[in-house]
Design a protein around this ligand. Structure first.
Ligand code: NAI
Length: 261
């Protein structure tokens, strides 16, 4: 028998760039990677917010974190942020495309066009730009570059009045599969997480009692998730030991996407 091979389950010393890290899942992901010993570049269009997140991580005793203001709809700023990450930490091993927003509209509404354009820019075009900017560095990573795109269960189905978001999240899944196929030969993996309902600022306008009713009706676990429950699956996709996970679309939704009735 071949001897059992123990694979590396640590991101210690790896460098990760996270978008949308001032809040919600991005913030939780920044905390978790820092706690696991990674160098964290936390980015967000909310520069003050992401600086505050970096400060709270440092206060918790994890020094290898920096922050930078990055609006992912700005192509030049993407390139500059990747360069700043490499300058600060000496490389870039892991990219987490997480930044996003939600705005509902019916196709008959005037605002639909603008929401569509913003959604494509922030939650789809930005992902490929970040991937392409990070690529030369991901290729140099000894244990294999890692990309995780945060899609949504809206990439697997559709909720009414959410057309632009549904379209771009389906696009994120397509991009993930395309990158998995194109970058696999360079030892880089690309996977997508599809969170279900997670308690973050993105859905803060939904009243709590509506959330409870919705979760009991739709989610087998009968509750919203918390950002840390997604961050831990994101981290798992980035371990050196996750070396054969590529092009996977992973629901983290309490079972919502497989529940028929
Ligand atoms: P959140 O609102 O707590 O955090 C989103 C962050 O993205 C904010 O800090 C915001 O400033 C940032 N952001 C927005 N536009 C940006 C831009 N142009 N450039 C840079 N940063 C920008 O929301 P949450 O829930 O943590 O969202 C993270 C990701 O998870 C998003 O892609 C969202 O679509 C996705 N998601 C969220 C779900 C949920 O129920 N919370 C469910 C499924 C997917």
């Amino acid at each position: 028998m071949t001897p059992y091979q123990s694979l590396d389950r640590s991101v210690a010393g790896k460098t990760v760039l996270i978008t949308g890290a001032a809040s919600g899942m991005g913030r939780a992901t920044a905390h978790l990677f820092a706690r696991e010993g990674a160098n964290v570049m936390a980015t967000d269009m909310n520069g003050d917010g992401v600086a505050a997140v970096a400060a709270e991580i440092k206060e918790a005793g994890f020094a290898n974190v920096a922050s930078i203001a990055l609006d992912v709809s700005d192509h030049d700023a993407i390139k500059a942020s990747v360069a700043a990450t490499v300058e600060q930490f000496g490389g870039l091993d892991i990219l987490i495309n997480n930044a996003g927003f939600a705005r509902l509209a019916h196709p008959s509404e005037e605002a639909y066009e603008e929401i569509w354009e913003d959604s494509v820019a922030v939650m789809l075009t930005a992902h490929q730009r970040l991937i392409r900017a990070a690529l030369p560095h991901l290729m140099k990573t000894e244990t294999g570059g890692r990309i995780v795109n945060i899609a949504s269960t809206e990439g697997l189905g559709a909720t009414p009045l959410n057309g632009p978001y549904v379209a771009v999240k389906h696009g994120v899944i397509g991009l993930t599969r395309a990158m998995a196929v194109d970058l696999g030969r360079d030892g880089i993996t690309c996977n997508a997480i599809c969170p279900g309902p997670i308690d973050t600022a993105i859905n803060a306008s939904i009243p709590d009692d509506h959330k409870v009713i919705y979760a009991k009706r739709r989610v087998p676990l009968r509750r919203y998730g918390i950002p840390e429950e997604v961050a831990n699956i994101t981290l798992s996709c980035c371990l050196p030991a996750a070396s054969y996970l590529n092009g996977a679309i992973i629901p983290v939704d309490g079972g919502m996407s497989i529940k028929n009735a």
